[in-house]
Design a protein around this ligand. Structure first.
Ligand SMILES: [Zn+2]
Length: 417
């Protein structure tokens, strides 16, 4: 069986386990299917020579593949691979039924004959770049979940290649599968990072062939609770303090140019994404996102200053601002002495003839969190496209290239130490 078929076979097995995460859950993992997949993965990797396979109370799976080096070989850095087991909930069915289109010849792809669901070339001209490849799609009632099961299949298949080819030398390798990435990197945050004693790690959690990401947002979650004063209109004058209007005043202090709808690339923003209130209590929810650490910190300070100003303007109101850091820019963890993990990635893609798309991601990955915990963790492509949509599709040629990057990284890291 060739590499592509191996990855595909694994992907289909993992996709059959329903692992959609649930944001409103109070436990991690948020859904029982993630336990099931975690146990399946523990068995799979143990059968491929991975040792010390463990699972914690949050279903975070970690395993260690011992180094296999000729005697006298120079020391090799310890490297980890991390992928998430959950699929995203964007309002579609949790169960995933992949459809494999063999040797795509162009034209619209029918996902579901009965429901008449298609991925059309008119809306997705990128399909035409994959003529001649096998393409995997969902049946249109769900996402495909190549985000991130293509990565899970990639990592386990790379382990299989090492297992079946005892002549390939490699250093010590850790693999780690986490739940609940899609609902705020919850699995990575819940894990004890001491279980991953690596020099650096990689996630495989972005889209098309060639994508390479080591710049992500710095991210914080902000909540402003405002309590006003209520009274009957008979006695409201000079008495009532309306928290809804204070929230509006607060929002009016923000720069309308620094919103998601007015920014792109490495421009940061503050996103007012929730407001809830009545005459007594109003809560405002905001997200701060910025690639630049200084600007990120400045945005936090600005929100603090706005809160103080509102307190001065409305002395009878009570305002409480809570800012919680969510994750950081991977690039901030890549200090010059740790630059190698990114250099290997550039070289691996270069040697495989892959055109590199070095992008500043307007988001975060499990690696963005791990990087804040001292494990530099850049990210590279799965090969699949249109994440978080029913039109997510997986061209198997590109997915195979991603697995070849994994294997090339292992080779380069072993050779260059
Ligand atoms: Zn993902």
């Amino acid at each position: 069986m060739n590499l592509q078929e191996k990855i595909l076979g694994r992907f289909l097995r993992y996709a059959a386990v329903t692992t959609q995460s649930r944001p409103e859950s109070e436990v991690i993992p948020s859904t029982p299917g993630q336990w099931e997949l975690a146990h399946m993965l523990m068995e799979d990797i143990a059968a491929l020579g991975v040792r010390d396979v463990s699972i914690d109370e949050h279903a975070v799976v970690v395993g260690r593949l011992p180094a296999r080096l000729p005697e006298g070989h120079a020391p090799v850095p310890v490297v980890g691979w991390v992928a998430h087991m959950d699929t995203v909930d964007v309002g579609m069915a949790p169960d995933i039924h992949p459809v494999v289109i063999r040797n795509y010849q162009g034209g619209d792809i029918c996902q579901n004959e009965e429901k008449q669901l298609f991925i059309s070339v008119a809306e997705h001209p990128e399909l035409l770049r994959y003529i001649g490849q096998d393409i995997v799609v969902s049946d249109g009632t769900s996402v495909l979940g190549a985000d991130d099961k293509a990565a899970v299949a990639n990592i386990v298949t790379a382990l299989e290649v090492l297992h079946d080819n005892p002549g390939i030398p490699h250093g010590e390798i850790y693999v780690c599968f986490v739940p609940d990435e899609e609902i705020g990197l919850c699995g990575a945050k819940a894990m004890d990072v001491a279980r991953l004693p690596v020099d650096f790690a990689y996630t495989i959690d972005c889209c098309e062939e060639g994508e390479l990401v080591y710049q992500t947002f710095n991210a914080a979650n902000v909540r402003l609770d405002i309590t006003g004063v209520t009274a009957h209109p008979m006695s409201s004058k000079n008495n009532v303090v309306n928290p809804i209007l204070i929230a509006v005043d607060f929002l009016n202090l923000l720069d309308r140019g620094e919103t998601p709808e007015h920014t792109e690339k490495t421009e940061g923003f503050i996103w007012a994404h929730g407001i809830e209130g009545n005459a007594l209590n109003t809560t405002l929810k905001l997200l701060i996102r910025d690639h630049d650490r200084e600007k990120f910190l400045a945005k936090k300070e600005y929100l603090k200053a706005c809160t103080e100003m509102m307190k001065l303007r409305h002395p009878k109101a009570r305002l409480s601002l809570t800012i919680r850091d969510d994750y950081g820019n991977v690039n901030d963890a890549i200090t010059p002495d740790k630059r190698k993990c990114v250099d290997y990635l550039f070289r691996a893609m270069d040697e495989l003839g892959i055109e590199i798309k070095d992008i500043a991601m307007r988001g975060g990955t499990d690696g963005s969190y791990l990087s804040t915990r001292g494990i530099p963790t850049p990210n590279y492509f799965t090969g699949a496209l249109n994440f978080h949509s029913r039109c997510e599709f997986m061209p198997m040629g590109a997915v195979e290239k991603s697995c070849r990057v994994t294997l090339k990284l292992i080779e380069l890291i072993t050779d260059n130490g």
